[in-house]
Design a protein around this ligand. Sequence first.
Ligand code: LMR
Length: 396
Amino acid sequence: FFEPITAAPADPILGLGEAFKAETRPEKVNLGIGIYKNAQGETPIPQAVKTAESRLLTEEKTKNYLTIDGVAAYNHATQILLFGENHEIITSHRAKTAQSLGGTGALRIAAEFIKRQTQAQTVWISSPTWPNHDAIFQAAGIQIRHYRYYDAASHGLDWTGLTEDLSQAKQGDVVLLHGCCHNPTGIDPTPEQWDALAQMSAQVGWLPLFDFAYQGFARGLEEDAYGLRSFAKLNRELLLASSYSKNFGMYNERVGAFTLVADNEEVANRAFSQVKSIIRTLYSNPASHGGSTIALILQDADLKAQWIAELDEMRERIHAMRQKFVATLKACGAKQDFDFIIQQNGMFSFSGLTAEQVDRLRDEFAIYAVRSGRINVAGITDDNIQYLCESIVKVL
Ligand code: LMR
């Protein structure tokens, strides 16, 4: 049976992690996968998570199954982070959330739901985007179209290209948007551009799907929800895939959420019953530990404040590294202007490095980045920045 199977290509991001692990040169630097690292180059467990976990360990009474949609308190707290306390969407019960296996799991639920339960034929995805977006919708059998997003000349948003392409999106088409910290470019729409997109969406009748994996990494938890909340004002129906992997540093606990917003509670309940059927056939119900830990933190004012302070620290460190990175490149003799890197949001920077330059960084200097030129700024530390910048200048 298995003999004719051909090998799958390595994943462009996770495959890098495997290659990095096998790398033996001691000077190696990992700017590939999107994980936060502190000044010591470690990916620590936030203190708020540690405290909640130890409390959970003593208070937990059963390992009974969760329901199909997971920890109820987690799902409720997720809606508050997304829409804000007492938002009409929450008080009128027209949002339904299911705890999912990370943001990727939420996206796959969304794709299956779109395919099986809506008339939508097409999903519009930004170009460039996180490579798994195309793969997930392909796997669900949904047609993909791309909209322009990045203007290489200005290192900014290609607003004209984006609006031109999305003006072809029809009623009932799904439009996938990155809630903040666009992956891989780090470039987000301005508030005015978000408002204009939300208006386009409501006028034409798109089904907006938000991928919200970096809340808190651009400017703050509330500020980063601007785009989503702008859409929520004008669009009665929305889908959302959110993730706590990065902002809680809980990557391996697979903490994500799928949220469906419908016009009213009755429709939301009906549609969500189908979401639960989909989950039942995919993985039955989620694991408890991560969701219960986050629910504890978000329900406890002190733990929540501690978590937010730790998240602020992550964001500020990345921002400081962006400035230092640009300054050090200059000091190392880079002729190009890299100031645009300071303006980008979140962990990623679209550096402008070509695939060939990325290959040279890996082969000659043991520096690992995604071949699109995406680098994870959170992987830069005081210890590796000089070596990194000298190496980059050599391949430019
Ligand atoms: C990334 O883009 O590096 C992260 O979202 C991790 C992943 O799953 O690819």
